[in-house]
Design a protein around this ligand. Structure first.
Ligand code: ADP
Length: 426
């Protein structure tokens, strides 16, 4: 039976949360969507990864409730709704509607909400979210294409997302109270409840604040948070940090990297890998579009090299080159054909014996995981902040499974690709 059940509103956010729980000592499995059957392996926590951040609120609620019911059936006594640390959401939701639906489902009398993660520069003070030194509403998030965040006052943002007919009110647990410790936080919650307030944004500006909140939330049915609050939760279940929690099966097979991210960090990582003498094959989107069988080409190139060390296949390109491709093919088509090709290359590699695979790019990771038919992964040791190794069983990999590291675009140091395999070897 698991202790903690987590519902994440996007894929890389799920991995980020899982990574924090593993570092704090929990054995964690991440599932892609809601599983159809019971959990087959031992774990302290399960993170169900949804893609519900920007879908219609009704669909986000339905999927989150399905995840909640499945997690409860696996024994979860506490539900953690994981949202973005920049509180990414639209005017309609989905943080408010999903939180309320989960409160109703669990009969939770109160829900603490905090996206704070001071280690990553996300702090909340007097209910206002800061991204580094900037208020959320002054940060680049104000220009986000899908979820522009123009108000840093989270009490106001969350209140506006709640259903008027339900009549719930959002309050604030201020820093002074949080810093005073778990008893002060619990007392504040009781005061808020007596005033008819059933949700509260909690301030947190350092790790100690998150620890106090986690202690105060011991036994709470529900919390809504970024991945930061997770650092203090395992201790509330009597679990301590242990390398054992991150243990994965021993690595086997050949090593490969598939990169479809064009973010600046990934560009530097590809360049560093090539500069250090790594074997690399460039996938050109226009050749795919003109009908060339790039998957077979990549495979023919890679096969004689796989025995000698990691090979890199990349579509990663500088902004100007990407723009030219997008002008010719359209933004969506360019993205889709590259993702499809890289997914098929990843699958072909695994069919040919690759069992340690690094994928760069959020969407690219989604395409590769789908092409490999992966539905759940055990979370292992961290390579760089937010990026752990995972172990998954895929219909393609056979019973020995494969090791996977899914890196979202801007994560990882410049030598990420080579260091990733060293981390796994250790
Ligand atoms: P990130 O995490 O860096 O945002 P993603 O994989 O999420 O990376 O997104 C990168 C997108 O760019 C994908 O849709 C991918 O297919 C596309 N792409 C990759 N290389 C190229 C290229 N050379 N030209 C055009 N689009 C590309």
């Amino acid at each position: 039976m698991i202790h903690l059940g987590c519902i994440a509103d996007d894929f890389t956010g799920a991995t980020d949360l899982a990574n924090n729980l593993v570092r704090a000592g929990m054995r964690v499995v991440q599932t892609i969507g809601v599983p159809s059957g019971p959990l087959a392996e031992a774990a302290d926590a399960v993170v169900v990864a949804l893609k519900s951040r920007t879908i219609a609120p009704e669909a986000a609620v339905e999927q989150s409730l399905a995840a909640c019911r499945w997690l409860r059936a696996q024994g979860a006594s506490q539900i953690y709704f994981k949202v973005c640390s920049t509180f990414d959401s639209t005017a309609e939701g989905n943080i408010g509607p999903v939180t309320e639906a989960l409160m109703d489902e669990l009969l939770a009398p109160f829900c603490v909400v905090t996206p704070a993660f001071p280690e990553n520069g996300r702090t909340v003070f007097k209910g206002h979210l800061f991204v580094g030194d900037l208020l959320l509403s002054d940060s680049p998030m104000r220009l986000h294409p899908l979820t522009p965040m123009t108000d840093a006052n989270l009490v106001r943002v969350l209140q506006a997302q709640l259903g008027v007919q339900r009549g719930r009110k959002v309050g604030l647990i201020e820093r002074g109270t949080v810093a005073a410790g778990a008893s002060a936080i619990r007392e504040r919650i009781e005061v808020l409840k007596a005033q008819g307030t059933t949700l509260a944004i909690a301030d947190a500006v350092d790790n100690a604040d998150l620890w106090h909140l986690a202690e105060a939330l011991k036994g709470a049915l529900l919390m809504t948070a970024g991945s930061g609050l997770a650092i203090g939760l395992p201790a509330q279940f009597g679990i301590e940090p242990a390398t054992e929690a991150a243990r994965l099966p021993a690595p086997t097979g050949a090593q490969a990297i598939v990169s479809g991210s064009c973010s600046s960090a990934t560009q530097a990582q590809v360049a560093a890998f090539v500069r250090a003498g790594g074997e690399a094959f460039e996938v050109a989107p226009l050749r795919i579009a003109s009908g060339v069988d790039v998957v077979s080409e990549a495979l023919a190139w890679a096969l004689p090299r796989l025995a000698r060390g990691p090979v890199l296949v990349y579509a990663t390109a500088a902004p100007e080159a990407v723009r030219q491709v997008q002008q010719q093919l359209g933004v969506e088509r360019a993205g889709a054909i590259v993702e499809d090709t890289l997914g098929r290359i990843a699958r072909a590699f695994v069919e040919c014996g690759v069992a340690q695979l690094v994928v760069a790019g959020g969407e690219t990771s989604g395409a590769c995981v789908q092409a490999l038919g992966i539905t759940q992964m055990r979370i292992g040791p961290q390579i760089d902040p937010g990026v752990p190794w995972c172990h998954a069983v895929s219909p393609v990999s056979g019973s020995r499974g494969l090791h996977l590291a899914l890196k979202s675009g801007n994560f990882g140091a410049v030598d990420f690709f080579s260091r990733a395999f060293e981390t796994l070897r250790r």
